[in-house]
Design a protein around this ligand. Structure first.
Ligand code: DC
Length: 239
C-alpha cells in the first residue's frame, strides 16, 4: 500500500460487532500510524471505578466520586509483540477490561458527560501530531470533526450476529443465535438513542457496509479510498 506523505487523522465509527478495531488496526499497521481504541479508555475508567468501589457490582455509580477521581486515572497504550495493550496507572489491564464485569458497566460510565469530556480531551491530545487511526462511537462527530478521513462501519444485523455466534461457539460458550441477534439489535438501538453523543454517521463520513466483504475486500476498498483522499486533500500529497 502506498504511504501518505503527510500524516492525517483517520476516524472510524460504527455499529457494534462490525470489526471496527480489526479494520482500524490493519489500517494503522499498513500506514505505520498509531492506533487508539477509544472504547478501551471508557473500559479502563470503568475498571478503576469498580476497583475503587465507586461502582458497585449491582450497577450503582458514585458519579461525583468517579468524576473527582478522573485526574488520578492515567490511561496509556503500548504495543507488545504486535498487540495493542491498554495500561491503567502503569498496570496492563488489557485482559481485565474485556471481561464481563467491565462490559456490564461500561455503557453507564460512558454516559457520564464529565467522563466523556475528559476522555475526549485526552483523545484529542493523542491526535495532535496526526498519523493516528482512532475507532469508537463519536470520533468523526465529536473527537475529530476535522479528520481528513472518516469512515462509518455497518453490516446487516444478521451477519454481525452470525459472526458473534461463530466467535462464541469457538470459545464453547452456549448462547443461542436469537439471543445474540437480539443483543446486536438492542446495542444498535442503545448506541443510537442514548442522551449523550448518540452514535451517528458524520455527514462527511464514508459508509463501509461490510456485510458481504472479507477483510481483504475491505483493505482493497480502503486502498481506493486513500487514492481519492489524496486527490481531494492536497495536504496528503500525491500517492
Ligand atoms: O467499543 P467498545 O465495546 O470497547 O466500547 C465500550 C463502551 O464505550 C461502549 O458502551 C460504547 C462506549 N464508547 C463510547 O461511548 N464512545 C467511544 N468513543 C467509544 C466507546
Amino acid at each position: 500500500m502506498s504511504a501518505i506523505p503527510s500524516k492525517i487523522v483517520i476516524a472510524i465509527d460504527g455499529h457494534s460487532s462490525t470489526g471496527k478495531s480489526s479494520f482500524a488496526k490493519a489500517i494503522a499497521a499498513k500506514l505505520n500510524y498509531v492506533y487508539v481504541d477509544s472504547g478501551a479508555m471508557y473500559r479502563a475508567v470503568t475498571l478503576y471505578g469498580l476497583d475503587h468501589m465507586l461502582i458497585s457490582d449491582d450497577g450503582k455509580i458514585d458519579t461525583a466520586a468517579l468524576i473527582a477521581a478522573m485526574p488520578a486515572i492515567h490511561i496509556g497504550f503500548r504495543n507488545i509483540d504486535g498487540q495493542n495493550h491498554t495500561f491503567l496507572n502503569g498496570v496492563n489491564v488489557e485482559q481485565t477490561i474485556r471481561g464481563i464485569r467491565v462490559s456490564q458497566h461500561v455503557s453507564a460510565v460512558s454516559a457520564i458527560v464529565e467522563v466523556r469530556r475528559r476522555l475526549v480531551h485526552l483523545q484529542q491530545s493523542m491526535g495532535r501530531d496526526k498519523g493516528i487511526v482512532m475507532d469508537g462511537r463519536d470520533i468523526g462527530t465529536v473527537v475529530f470533526p476535522q479528520a481528513e478521513l472518516k469512515i462509518f462501519m455497518t453490516a446487516d444485523p444478521h451477519v454481525r450476529a452470525e459472526r458473534r455466534y461463530k466467535e462464541l461457539a469457538e470459545k464453547s460458550r452456549q448462547v443461542s443465535f436469537d439471543e445474540i441477534l437480539q443483543n446486536v439489535i438492542q446495542r444498535d438501538y442503545d448506541d443510537e438513542h442514548r442522551a449523550v453523543t448518540p452514535l451517528r454517521k458524520a455527514d462527511d463520513a464514508l459508509l463501509l457496509d461490510n456485510s458481504l466483504l472479507t477483510p481483504a475486500d475491505q483493505m482493497q476498498w480502503f486502498e481506493n479510498v486513500l487514492k481519492t483522499t489524496a486527490k481531494r486533500n492536497p495536504l496528503c500529497g500525491g500517492m
